[in-house]
Design a protein around this ligand. Sequence first.
Ligand SMILES: Cc1cc2nc3c(=O)[nH]c(=O)nc-3n(C[C@H](O)[C@H](O)[C@H](O)COP(=O)(O)O)c2cc1C
Length: 375
Amino acid sequence: MAAERLQVSVAGVTGGWINLADAEREGLEKLERGPRDYFAGGAGDEVTLRENVAAWGHWRLRPRVLNDVREVSTRAEVLGKPVGLPVLVAPVAYQRMGHPEGERAMAAGAAAAGTVMCLSTLSTTRPTEVAAAAPEGRRWFQLYAFKDAGVTRALMEEAIEAGFEAVVVTADAPPGGNRERDRRNGFTLPAELGAPSLSAAVGSGKALTIEETFALMNHGLTWADVEGLASECSVPVLVKGILTPEDAGLALEHGAAGVVVSNHGGRQLDRSLATAEALPEIADTVAGRAALLVDGGIRRGIDVATALALGADAVLVGRPALWGLAAGGSAGVARVLELLREELELALGLLGCTGVSQLARGHVRRAPAASVYSL
Ligand SMILES: Cc1cc2nc3c(=O)[nH]c(=O)nc-3n(C[C@H](O)[C@H](O)[C@H](O)COP(=O)(O)O)c2cc1C
């Protein structure tokens, strides 16, 4: 595959989308059953998958009025550097299964929207090729540690060398969750796509199931490994998959530059807390001492505004970016992010804010018990 820049042309493909549900419909339609279920599914009974989305709706907004909102900006800072919107692209495995240009298109779409793409260890494209596709973009690298530490180190070094600005250690896997849709479908990554990390770990391009993939990883990681990585690494290290203030505190104690409140999009431990529920107490613990990000179920600009009001610096989106990718390659990704940007900008204005830094706890409160209204 050529290591070259990708052009993002939004013309045509995605013009009709009004919201992310439109992108979802179109993106999922394009996929065969195996990839569609892999991208859309969650663990077990998919309770957490559904609650991630629903839980943002359990917050209500408290708009302030008669502030001058002629100039509203969605610009923000993440790890001390600017982004056009506080919505990043979450690490998602196997993107060439969604679109032939895969991770390269995801990087180009994120760059066009002015935000960061976090590349998965289970990428179907090498980090250097992803960097070359969108040299002006910002990128982070998500890390799964293989049992073979040499594979992990080589991949991480390639990413840092190629300009990836942070390492995000995913702590809520392995083991892999109970993905029943994938087990029913006998899902494997098609052998012709291949993930460079897996080929290096297995020594061949064999098609692997989810269980076989996670069996290659080191199940013995501890906080000491995070501390070791944070002290050796030339870029900031974040820990992803935090759901309790206890673990957020440990992450900071062990040198993390930030945490990502996440339950892996409901794909790991079913019935774990929805991230909108977990966020407030974690924000109280982090208290501005490190970067605080959250993902899971973000589908609207008002979800982003709620997360920021609850204390997050930024959010990440996984599936919405995949829908855009599947429906329209880099243009689809850029359009999904632009829809969120437009919705966030409108939400800010209507909340009486001219910028994201003005969002505060006073802008949200718990919704009345659902039984009060029939929603
Ligand atoms: C198809 C798919 C693959 C994923 N692969 C990874 C991965 O390789 N590494 C990781 O840390 N998280 C992975 N995630 C989790 C995402 O990074 C993120 O936490 C989640 O998608 C957020 O929820 P959302 O999809 O509702 O936005 C994956 C999620 C999906 C949907």
